[in-house]
Design a protein around this ligand. Structure first.
Ligand code: ATP
Length: 137
């Protein structure tokens, strides 16, 4: 069944939102396949955000993502990627629809609380990157 990679970013962990965010995914019906609190290396983040490395905000993004632990997890269930993104809301919390995680808990694109894979291919790539030890079904 479809899987997606979701991460609560350092601001979300610091603010104590991990339980609330996990709760929403569990309540929706997704299975949590893997769960880890981790300090991502710069190398991992460069790999994860490879397509953004030329953006002006990239140095700030690296610093933000290394400002504390990240809660990384894998959800599994029908439509995991698309529904996962929908539950997070638009990248910029200023544009996120009410009821989404970013709209309910954030105001600033530079501190938007969470990440979700944007395609099935990137989900599988990100799962392999963040959980190199593998994820059991
Ligand atoms: P994510 O990959 O975190 O789920 P996304 O795929 O919705 O986000 P991207 O455009 O890939 O959005 O941007 C990745 C992350 O980079 C954003 O979630 C945000 O933390 C940061 N970011 C994007 N644009 C900006 C910006 N203009 N200023 C500061 N940070 C930004």
């Amino acid at each position: 069944e479809e899987r997606s990679f979701i991460a609560v970013k350092p601001d979300g962990v610091e603010r104590g939102l991990v339980g609330e965010i996990l709760r929403r995914f569990e309540a929706r019906g997704f299975k949590i396949l893997a769960l880890e609190l981790t300090h991502p290396s710069e190398a991992l983040l460069r790999d994860h955000y490879g397509d953004l490395s030329s953006k002006p905000f990239f140095p700030k993004l690296l610093k933000y993502m290394q400002s504390g632990p990240v809660a990384a997890f894998v959800i599994q269930g029908k439509g995991a990627v698309k529904i996962g993104r929908a539950m997070l809301g638009a990248t910029n919390p200023q544009d996120s629809a009410p009821g989404t995680i970013r709209a309910d808990f954030a105001l600033d694109i530079g501190k938007n609380v969470c990440h979700g894979s944007d395609s099935v291919e990137s989900a599988e790539r990100e799962i392999a990157l963040w959980f190199p030890q593998g994820v059991k079904p």
